[in-house]
Write a protein that binds this ligand. Structure first.
Ligand code: NAP
Length: 288
């Protein structure tokens, strides 16, 4: 066991995007980082940094979760914070998505995250401290068209996390939710699942009209380093704040969700997903 004086964070999904930038951010701030990933064999950067290890962790494989936590404890002695970041989006009209695709979405974004929590909680309880940071999304409270199953998975993460607060505060374990808006990562590209698994064609025109526009928002959204900074703040601010909206779009849409009645909110979302809105109001939030 080495280097145990620093605080230690374990992060899931560090091969790219928000997870990777979070690993770099925490390392830069002097933390020990357990930067887990599904395929650490190809990693060339993180595993060469001081105080960083990259064990294999697939959130859908409980054994790999437990092994990664064991490795972290052997290497650093304790784990002070866990960032449940791993996830991807299943995108498309609900009828075009088959049961296997839907289960996989929940296996990763919801049940995988729960298994990571289940595996780390005994360690947190034993020490009467620990911070669980669950990366949800703005869409965990602001549903968007053609994201129904992904939305549902992030709603589940929100409900799960908010409920956990009650039972875990008795052990001084803190639960936090990060709610990023559109962020420029592989999320909008290769890592999403857009396969039409059922072959239903009825929604093709609607998808063709809307998805390219929604995809154009990703690269114009927040930098993943900015989201990493919000995650680091959540881990270090010493507050019992549950939710951290990340990105100006997330802050605006979450506010709209809170104050507008459903009908008006739906109209706001529909209007905001038009080329006109993206070119005008969108400039407030996106690098269009
Ligand atoms: N980008 C956005 O606009 C946005 C907005 C709100 C919330 N989020 C959330 O932010 C989180 C990170 O996404 P990102 O934007 O950084 O996208 P990303 O670059 O695609 O990163 C996703 C990460 O999750 C990993 N992952 C996927 N399935 C996994 C599994 N079964 N076990 C372990 N790791 C797995 C991926 O690993 P592989 O390389 O092995 O696939 C990758 O490292 C996700 O939870 C996402 O829902 C993103």
């Amino acid at each position: 066991m080495t280097r145990k004086l620093n605080k230690t964070v374990l992060i899931t999904g560090c091969s790219s995007g928000i997870g990777r930038d979070s690993a770099l951010f925490f390392q830069n701030k002097g933390w020990n980082v357990v930067a887990t990933m599904r395929a650490p064999g190809g990693e060339q950067v993180l595993n060469r940094l001081p105080n960083v290890i990259c064990p294999l962790l697939d959130v859908t494989d409980v054994e790999s979760i437990q092994k990664a936590i064991q490795t972290a404890l052997v290497e650093f002695g304790t784990v002070d914070a866990v960032v449940n970041n791993a996830g991807y989006a299943l995108i498309g009209a609900f009828e075009t998505l088959d049961a296997v695709q839907i289960r996989k979405q929940f296996d990763t974004n919801v049940f995988g995250l729960m298994e990571v929590c289940r595996s780390i909680l005994p360690h947190f309880r034993e020490r009467n401290q620990g911070i669980l940071i669950n990366v949800a999304s703005m869409v965990g409270r602001v549903p968007l068209p053609l994201y129904s199953v992904y939305n549902a998975s992030k709603f589940a993460v929100e409900g799960f996390s908010e409920s956990l607060v009650y039972e875990l505060e008795n052990f001084d374990i803190c639960v936090k939710l990060i709610e990023p808006g559109a962020t420029d990562t592989a999320f909008f590209g290769g890592s999403s699942d857009r396969y039409n698994g059922t072959g239903v064609k009825a929604y093709d025109d609607y998808c063709a009209q809307l998805l390219p526009l929604m995809d154009s928002i990703g690269p114009a959204g927040s930098d993943s380093q900015d989201i990493a900074e919000v995650i680091w703040k959540a881990a270090t601010d010493g507050r019992h704040q549950l939710r951290y909206a990340a990105g100006s779009d997330a802050r605006a849409f979450l506010l709209a969700r809170r104050i507008l009645p459903d009908g008006l909110f739906k109209r706001t979302i529909k209007i905001s997903l038009t080329p006109w809105a993206l070119k005008t109001v969108g400039k407030l939030f996106y690098r269009t």
